[in-house]
Design a protein around this ligand. Structure first.
Ligand code: GLU
Length: 304
């Protein structure tokens, strides 16, 4: 497969969408990036990397971190995790609170905010030094030693995070958060603030693309069946209320974030990460979605 050529063609075709959409404004610090940045990196199972544009520029991974949190939580808790968090697509916005009340404090899935807040609570109950151990896991996954939280972005989100605070309070009311709410929120915002480039993200997602190999990174280990389940959750829940659309247009498991990043995997073939900060109304990167749609169309390979 001539991935280099395909990435060039994709870049030419998505330039039609340059300037469409807006970066997330509800986290003021997130707006301090060039909205017209674009980077992509595809890493095959053999370790060959194909990249273009701003593929080495670090950006705030935001909700892509929910995949890392899910991997840790699933490793520590096993099946009993799913008593506290569901595995159904939500069909609602990532920060919706309505469903949570109707369903009595059990979030629909780990990839919406409510689910990630419960997952963060699970991690706090298991880890001695949560922030350090989380970072250590992400560093090991991506083979990078200097990945960091962006404290300015985390603080900016805390300052404006009224809705997430409301969700956390409701979870606590229903008994689905055990630790202090403020502690949960701050750890959650730090996870979202992690800065990674497309090259680092694509490396970090390769282990999820190949569940025939043991998934063991420090104190986090998953069986092949657990990795398969994580893929299923990414496929059905990874794109907010646009998960169906992403499945329809792209056909790969993945996760997006309001920083404009998307990481996706083609099982047993590659992991890919794309970044472009302008988002559509649902909070997904306009050029990122289009780039991945073109990738699976041009390669004629997806999970379907
Ligand atoms: N930190 C963001 C929030 O909680 C993450 C949203 C996202 O990327 O989907 O609102």
């Amino acid at each position: 497969m001539n991935y280099n050529q395909i990435l060039v063609e994709i870049y030419q075709e998505i330039s039609l969408y340059a300037g469409v959409g807006e970066p997330a404004t509800y986290i003021p610090e997130l707006c301090k990036v060039d909205p017209d940045s674009y980077g992509i990196c595809l890493r095959t199972m053999r370790g060959t990397e194909y990249f273009m544009g701003d593929s080495d520029v670090r950006f705030s991974i935001q909700s892509i971190s929910k995949v890392f949190s899910m991997a840790m939580g699933f490793s520590f808790e096993g099946e009993k995790l799913w008593r506290r968090i569901g595995v159904e697509p939500s069909g609602s916005a990532f920060n919706s609170i309505i469903q949570l009340e109707i369903e009595k404090g059990i979030p629909r899935n780990p990839l919406i905010n409510a689910g990630a807040l419960v997952m963060t609570d699970v991690l706090l109950s298991h880890l001695e030094n949560p922030e350090e151990e989380y970072l250590e896991f992400v560093r090991r996954l991506s083979g990078t030693t200097d990945i960091q939280y962006n404290e300015r972005i985390a603080a900016s989100e805390r300052e404006h995070g009224y809705l997430n605070a409301a969700i956390a309070n409701m979870l606590k009311y229903y008994g689905n958060i055990k630790n202090d709410i403020e502690r949960v929120l701050m750890f959650y915002f730090r996870q979202c603030s992690i800065m990674m480039s497309c090259r680092e993200l694509s490396r970090a997602f390769v282990p999820f693309a190949d569940h025939s190999h043991a998934f063991r990174f420090g104190n986090v280990s998953l069986t092949s069946s657990q990795v398969k389940r994580m893929n299923a959750i990414m496929q059905t829940c990874g794109f907010y209320d646009e998960a169906g659309e992403f499945s329809f247009l792209v056909g790969l498991p993945g996760k997006s974030g309001v920083g404009g990043g998307i990481a996706a995997i083609c099982p047993r073939k590659y992991a890919v990460a794309v970044w472009s900060p302008r988002l559509n109304k649902k909070g997904n990167s306009v050029m990122g979605m289009k780039a991945l749609e073109l990738l699976t169309t041009k390669t004629e390979v997806s999970i379907f």
